[in-house]
Design a protein around this ligand. Sequence first.
Ligand code: SAM
Length: 277
Amino acid sequence: MNQIEYENYHDTSKAYDNTRIPIGIEIYLGCFAGTNRPLLEQNILDAGCGTGNYIQALKEKVGHLYGLELNGGMLAQAREKCQNDANIQLEQGSLLEPLPYHDDTFDGMMSNQVLHHLVAASSQENFEPVHKLIKEAQRILRPQGVLVFNTSSHPQLYDGFWWADLIPEAVGRIAKRFPPIEIMNSMLKEVGFDRVGIVVPVNTVLQGENYLDPMGPLKKDFRDGDSTWSLATNEELERAFERVRTLNQEDSMVQYLETRENLRKNMGQTTFIFAYK
Ligand SMILES: C[S@@+](CC[C@H](N)C(=O)[O-])C[C@H]1O[C@@H](n2cnc3c(N)ncnc32)[C@H](O)[C@@H]1O
């Protein structure tokens, strides 16, 4: 792991897909359709592509997909999944470095739940790595190309995930790594992007079917599906486990989930920020 990375994706890569699904594909297609070339002629970059889930979901809808990913374990999963797809090209590399692509290459660039991995806890409120990435995106996008980030707002981090309430200290830690949406907006405009907007899908969750597992937090696979858990101390984890056991034993988990889900259904888990060159 590098100094900034706090989640061991080498270990979690094999089980990652058990608790993560691609979301907002219709949002991406809408954003890509707003550029100036037909979808089937477009080149799209997935920055921090992980196990390739978004690329797979889009491979029949757009011309060519490129994935850039830092972690060898995640990339190996993506390579296996994409091995028979002639229109997909994957590469290992870091979003903290100049992107290995020529100017004016892509019609669209997306990045799903990656920004918080680029920001060191100590560099909070600076978000320089994100600023640099936005500048690089501006360089490699074609005129009228679109940049889309799938991230989460701070309120979503606290109340868009039912289990976040079990580990509030860890949520506080991860929140420092998430650039607030207003800051993202300003950075995009400052770099020269136009038509900046957001879409918040309230009916969709990152963890798919497993999300509402009432025993989920007790399972490693479930916790591995969201890096917030890796920022909880052992003591905080024990406290969370105890609470889950008690809620289940006392039959109050259903009520608890309902209360938490009412919040999530209002605000969603994710915010998609788009901006055109
Ligand atoms: C939460 S996962 C999201 C993976 C994928 N985008 C998805 O949504 O399924 C974060 C990903 O960012 C990658 N990542 C972290 N730092 C990175 C960097 N500096 N450059 C490229 N990828 C990075 C991690 O290895 C991991 O695959």
